[in-house]
Design a protein around this ligand. Structure first.
Ligand code: SF4
Length: 419
């Protein structure tokens, strides 16, 4: 009876999605559960022009909330309690059942704990790093492809991201691909998506990966699953978001140091092209407060936009180490270019479109990627992350072999211009 009445009133007034653990008073009276991913701590990185990545016809709920917010207290809402869905939140408030998920909790300050990995050591020393993304294969036989790539690129990279379920397509877990990477003497960056894990299985998998010796982690919210209907539906709300995963790992750092002999290096993703830009910047500050120590960005195709985003990000913290690794797409085929253009939240600049109109374009896209890398190095990038979009192996090797030197020259040029 109370549930029916509450549902009737709150659906009409707030488009309530009946989560039963109401946080409307924390979200400017806008129901965050109208986010198709069910996020409770802020927008994903896919927002362009304030529109939702999943359902572009609607405004991003979290952009609406963040635009109205004036207080910037960084606290995290924990993942929802599924037992409370479709129950009366007024009753849960009175009997205290919703306390754990309604009230946001403080982040834990672990800045005194130094992460220990080769990648973190290089980045903290402000060495320009080069990382490469390798998609995990669907089946174990596919690991031979990873083996072949690693035999070529191992001397040229500082770490390799091994994806899990990239783009929502099922694959081996990042840790399985990472074992091949590790066998070549290169550190892996293990990926977990909040879309694919609840708290318990995330922590179990995360700790298993550390037990296997992996030290770098990228904790992402995740893209929408390609086969899932694009609608707001309780059944497709993601179990966790990136900031919750960072928080869960971060609050255990001391324990991990004791158990494994090292603290993991925790990273997140950010999208400088997500608009409004100040919300993207604020979102990364939120994840830093949660415990993120480095960031990899969405593909960068336009240096001035990155420059402005990075300027806003660094305001007031100019002396801190630079820990942002922007991604650069290496485009070698028209089909893969089409994939890049369709990725959620990705802005593909006119300059790359123009090159792709040429009859023969691979040499030009490679040179374009070098120029982007130089521009990023001049503007505070801690390194670059190469993402392959159909580039032939020989050209990828050329890029990985030369990019560090060209970026270092660009860095020196920028330093002498500013002195
Ligand atoms: S899915 Fe992303 S873009 Fe869409 S409402 Fe949620 S946070 Fe906003």
């Amino acid at each position: 009876m109370i549930f029916t009445l509450e549902k009737w009133i709150k659906e009409a007034a707030f488009d309530c999605q009946t989560c039963g653990q109401c946080i409307l008073t924390h979200t400017k009276l806008i129901c965050p559960m109208n986010c198709p991913k069910g996020l409770r701590n802020g927008p994903c990185g896919g927002t362009l022009d304030g529109k939702c990545e999943v359902i572009p016809e609607i405004d991003c709920v979290w952009t609406r909330i963040e635009t109205k917010k004036t207080d910037k207290k960084f606290k995290v809402h924990l993942p929802i309690d599924h037992e409370l869905l479709n129950t009366a939140s007024y009753v849960n408030l009175v009997n205290g059942k919703d306390r754990a998920t309604r009230l946001p909790v403080d982040f834990v300050d672990t800045r005194h704990i130094v992460p220990r990995s080769s990648l973190s050591r290089k980045m903290l020393a402000q060495e320009f790093v080069v990382t490469l993304e390798i998609a995990s294969p669907r089946e174990r036989q596919g690991l031979s492809r990873v083996e072949k790539i690693m035999s070529r690129v191992a001397p040229r990279v500082d770490a390799v991201n091994t994806t899990t379920n990239a783009g929502g397509v099922p694959s081996l877990h990042s840790t399985e691909t990472a074992e091949v990477v590790k066998a070549h003497g290169v550190e892996a960056i293990i990926q977990f998506c909040g879309r694919d894990h609840d708290e318990m299985d995330f922590l179990a998998e995360f700790e298993r990966a550390m037990g296997m010796g992996h030290r770098n982690f990228l904790l992402l919210t995740g893209d929408w699953l390609p086969d899932e209907k694009r609608e707001v539906n309780q059944n497709t709300w993601f179990p966790m978001d990136s900031s919750q995963m960072i928080h869960f790992a971060n609050e255990r750092l001391e324990n991990y140091e004791r158990r494994f002999g090292f603290a993991p290096f925790l990273g997140v993703a950010a999208n400088p092209f997500s608009t409004p830009m100040n919300i993207s910047v604020e979102r990364l500050h939120f994840k830093r407060a949660a415990g993120a120590r480095f960031c990899q960005t969405q593909a960068i195709t336009h240096v001035p936009t990155y420059r402005e985003w990075y300027r806003q990000l660094r305001q007031g913290r100019e002396e801190e180490p630079k820990m942002t690794i922007p991604s650069i797409p290496l485009v070698g085929s028209r089909r893969a270019f089409g994939v890049l253009c369709r990725l959620p939240g990705v802005y593909v600049d006119e300059s790359l479109h123009r090159i792709m109109e040429q009859k023969s374009f691979q040499g030009a896209t490679l040179e374009w990627a070098f120029r982007i890398a130089e521009g990023l190095a001049e503007n505070g990038a801690a390194g670059i992350h190469a993402m392959n979009f159909g580039m032939p192996p020989a050209l990828i090797d050329d890029f990985l072999g030369e990019v560090k030197e060209r970026a270092n020259v660009a860095r020196c040029r920028a330093a002498s211009a500013s002195s």
